[in-house]
Design a binder for this molecule. Structure first.
Ligand SMILES: [Zn+2]
Length: 45
């Protein structure tokens, strides 16, 4: 699962999503989920 640090904007790979998540680069604890570039497209048919 890819996360992105809200402070240093580094991509962080974390296998677990629970408390204890922390940026290994700056130690910041707020990371946001970085979704893979999968864009849902709704076909209007
Ligand atoms: Zn960071």
């Amino acid at each position: 699962m890819g996360y992105k640090c809200t402070r240093c904007k580094q991509m962080v790979e974390i296998d677990y999503e629970y408390t204890g998540i922390r940026c290994p680069y700056c130690g910041h604890r707020i990371l946001v989920k970085e979704r893979p570039t999968t864009i849902k497209r709704i076909k209007a048919e």
